[in-house]
Design a protein around this ligand. Structure first.
Ligand code: GN1
Ligand code: MG
Length: 382
């Protein structure tokens, strides 16, 4: 079977039904299209990147398990859940001639993705929906879910990967690689912080999203209420700290993953405070004292980890993250390192914000950070 989305999309529709397929989103891993049929509901078609996900059938098994849980007991999510749609014939996916897995998911009508957070309410909503997601999926026993991406968010593993590709010749070729490696070197001892706490039994596994960046959070059309999280391939057992760190590194960096100048990157404390307040209002009571103690570490670690991943991919020749030009992954790494540095510079304030955002905190009355709204700029998307 050919690799064009048109011939695959037809297999998810009644025979002969017409449709239109157009590229959707800006994901760095899978290829995604929005399919608009003549009569059937619209759906999202994706070709799963087999280099990243060698076992797509595990993803499908997890999606089915989670979907059943949401349908059975979580009405607030059920209305907007991106259900897996089976092809006309066969199991959960259509397999192409190259062994590629194509799957279809329900498209959530009346939703949109925010290009950036423009109001405090949106920030609180981002945190709230992530907290509600953790609370809802936290009811599933981790043992029931497959590991769709072994080693995902295992920071020491990414560091070992970076070490393996950091050859002298590659470092010598570009002084900004040397600088980036020095940045990582100065933080080498910090990298295993969460994995060590996990191994020592201080942090426990829960069902997490894995990739709750702003582009994976669906809002209603008005941009007022967060409806759900999408991109569920990495939903699997992990630490909530991965998700909190990932959500904040994405949302609190107002200039995004590819700004004009990496040095202009900032971590916005007011956004962080609003997101944490929303998150902890839903999930605060679920967190243990040890969980809470490690929140700052998670916030600091995830941008550092993503920077290490981008840098390693640059040195390996851009084999993992999609790029349009050589040097893009190095540039992305520099942005994440600047973000991590900004978090470090604000450690004391961040720790205060975390404490004040916890439910029942006496400090939770007055906002600690000054909120600066951002004008407009809300992109309409899937
Ligand atoms: C990747 O494909 P996408 O854009 O949803 C990556 C995330 C990174 C993100 C950075 C499976 O996600 O971990 O945070 O890029 N996903 C995987 O934009 O590696
Ligand atoms: Mg993703």
């Amino acid at each position: 079977m050919s690799l064009d989305p048109e011939s695959i999309a037809a297999r998810f529709l009644p025979e002969g039904e017409g449709f239109r397929a157009e590229p959707l989103g800006e994901g760095l891993i899978n290829q995604t299209w929005l399919v608009s049929p003549a009569a059937s509901p619209r759906f999202v078609l994706q070709r799963i990147n087999a280099r990243v996900f060698p076992h797509p059938e595990r993803i499908a098994a997890n999606l089915r398990r989670i979907q059943a849980h949401i349908r059975a007991g979580c009405p607030e999510f059920a209305e907007y859940w991106p259900d897996l749609i089976a092809p006309r014939v066969g199991g959960d996916a259509v397999i192409d001639t190259e062994g590629g897995h194509w799957r279809a998911l329900r498209y959530i009508e009346g939703s949109r993705v925010l290009g950036r957070i423009a109001t405090e309410r949106q920030a609180v909503e981002v945190g709230r929906v992530l907290g509600a997601f953790h609370a809802a999926l936290g009811e599933i026993d981790c043992a029931e879910l497959e590991d769709t991406l072994p080693d995902f968010h295992i920071a020491p593993g990414y560091l070992a990967g970076l070490d393996a590709v950091s050859t002298a010749a590659r470092i010598a070729a570009d002084p900004s690689v040397r600088q980036a490696l020095d940045f990582v070197e100065a933080r080498r001892d910090f990298v295993p912080v969460l994995e060590q706490a996990k191994a020592a039994g201080r942090l426990r596994l829960r069902v997490v999203h894995g990739d709750p960046k702003l582009a994976n959070i669906l809002f209603d059309r008005a941009g007022e209420r967060a409806l759900t999280l999408i991109d569920l391939d990495t939903v699997k057992p992990g630490l909530v700290h991965y998700d909190i760190g990932d959500c904040l590194r994405s949302c609190c960096n107002r200039s995004g993953e590819s700004p004009g100048d990496p040095e202009s990157t900032r971590f916005d404390l007011a956004l962080c405070e609003a997101i944490m307040t929303g998150y902890l209002s839903e999930a605060g009571n679920m967190l243990t004292a040890e969980d809470r103690e490690h929140l700052y570490d998670g916030i600091r670690l995830i941008p550092l980890e993503l920077g290490i991943r981008f840098l390693a991919d640059h040195l390996a020749g851009d084999v993992y993250f999609r790029t349009e030009r050589r040097g893009q992954n190095l540039y992305r790494a520099r942005v994440q390192f600047r973000l991590a540095e900004c978090i470090e510079e604000n450690e004391a304030a961040l720790r205060r914000i975390i404490t004040a955002s916890l439910p029942g905190s006496p400090a939770a009355r007055e906002p600690l950070s000054h909120w600066e709204p951002v004008a407009g700029d809300i992109r309409v998307g899937g």
